[in-house]
Design a protein around this ligand. Structure first.
Ligand code: ADE
Length: 412
């Protein structure tokens, strides 16, 4: 039995899904192929993804290919309840609602696993880890992982010899991270901050923690809105790139004193903590765009505060002992999904095209892959890029015979 907020929201959800489908031409093309070829007949998928309109397009595509699906959320605050209702109406078992507790979140993952999956599809590693803990792994053909954080966890499992089935690192496809992580996170993070606060970005000091592909996207878009962007990093190479991209780079201890808005996108723990909060300006805003709510130390914030008030959805005001106010967005959960709608459909089109084709690949290669983390096959990455360009009406050149030969030579 599915577990969602309210089945009556289905009509609204269907419209949202229709909007997403009109902006996801690559996935829709893959759906046409799935309908024709039915490569997923008899395949049960347990998916742990943000339950959004874009995820719905992916789920409908996999179902069109013949799969039976159980879907659970990859974050307690990211579920779009209307979309969840629309999916249930179509026979996809959803176990998710916005605002579920952490206990309910894990319970829902376990419910989804009861489908006894052939494939796990993950965003953050939770269902993969749980499938291993609850001994579903022996039956599983393979899994996919959507995000950097999940890949770090699955790599650790592989290193310790604990990974019991092959997993494809969807995040590492170039048609994923170069677009989703950069342009998707960049735009949707700013969107989330604006929806939660309606603050003017022009002239503000925006501190971006982490200069991976997500941090780059956020820094680039914040600059585009007129903010003075400061980057913090622990990796010297990334710090150097940020400098040469024209950003000011500072340690967090110094950035803390001048920032108006702080955005974490590191994948690491306690990036903003008490020692930083104590130095912050009155009115500082804290937002997280990393997968887990561990980047801002909320316990520290609570410890140094005398009171907390929810001013409106996704905006909590903390009053410190000396009267200063610090604002926390979306309880420190990923602001782009909790306070906005996640990445726009156009980039999820490519990410989820990689997901769909990776699932098909796992099924076609059943029994041939090792208990390892695999990259997305290059052919899939290339196919997604070509289809995306085609859908945008953009043509590119073909190399001539002479050019192809030239690229094989080394003597002259
Ligand atoms: N991750 C980031 N944005 C997303 C979206 N719109 N749908 C699903 N997963 C996402």
């Amino acid at each position: 039995m599915p577990r969602i907020k309210d089945q009556k929201l289905a009509d609204k959800g269907r419209i949202q899904i229709r909007i997403a489908e009109s902006r996801m031409p690559v996935l829709m093309k893959i759906r046409e192929d799935m309908i024709r070829e039915k490569p997923l007949i008899g395949i049960r998928i347990a998916a742990c993804l943000h339950v959004t309109k874009e995820t719905a397009v992916l789920m409908r595509t996999l179902k069109a290919g013949g799969a039976e699906i159980a879907l659970t959320a990859s974050n307690p605050l990211s579920t779009q309840d209307d979309v969840a209702a629309a999916l249930v109406e179509e026979g996809i078992d959803v176990y998710a609602w916005r605002g579920e507790s952490e206990y309910e979140y894990m319970e829902n993952i376990r419910e989804a696993l009861k489908i006894n999956p052939d494939i796990t599809m993950d965003d953050g590693g939770d269902i993969t880890v749980e499938a291993h803990k609850l001994n579903y792994a022996n039956h599983i053909i393979g899994g996919t992982e959507e995000t950097t954080t999940g890949i770090i966890r699955i790599k650790a499992m592989e290193r310790e010899g604990k990974l019991k089935y092959p997993v494809i690192a969807v995040n590492n496809a170039r048609t994923k991270y170069l677009f989703d992580n950069r342009y998707g996170t960049g735009q949707s993070t700013i969107d989330g901050i604006m929806r939660a606060t309606n603050i003017l970005l022009a002239g503000k000091n925006v501190v971006v923690a982490g200069y991976g592909w997500c941090g780059r996207g956020i820094a680039m878009r914040a600059r585009g809105m007129g903010a003075n962007v400061i980057v913090t990093e622990i990796d010297p190479l990334k710090a150097l790139e940020a400098v040469m991209d024209g950003f000011r780079v500072l340690p967090m201890s110094e950035a803390a004193e001048i920032g108006d808005i702080f955005i974490t996108a590191t994948g690491n723990i306690n990036v903003i903590r008490k020692e930083h909060m104590e130095k912050m300006r009155n009115g500082a805003i804290l937002a997280n765009s990393g997968h887990f709510n561990v980047e801002i130390n909320i316990k520290d914030l609570e410890e140094i505060s005398v009171s907390k008030e929810r001013l409106r959805e996704n905006l909590d005001e903390y009053t410190l002992k000396d009267g200063r106010k610090i604002y926390l967005l979306a309880e420190g959960r990923l602001v782009n999904l909790a306070a906005a709608e996640g990445h726009p459909s156009e980039v999820m089109d490519m990410s989820f095209a990689n997901q769909a084709l990776s699932v098909k690949y796992l099924v076609e290669n059943k029994g041939k892959l090792e208990q390892k983390l695999y990259e997305v096959p290059v052919e899939i990455d290339q196919t997604v890029a070509k289809l995306k360009l085609q859908s945008m009406g953009i043509r590119i050149d073909e190399p001539t015979k002479e050019q192809l030969e030239y690229m094989q030579k080394w003597e002259d």
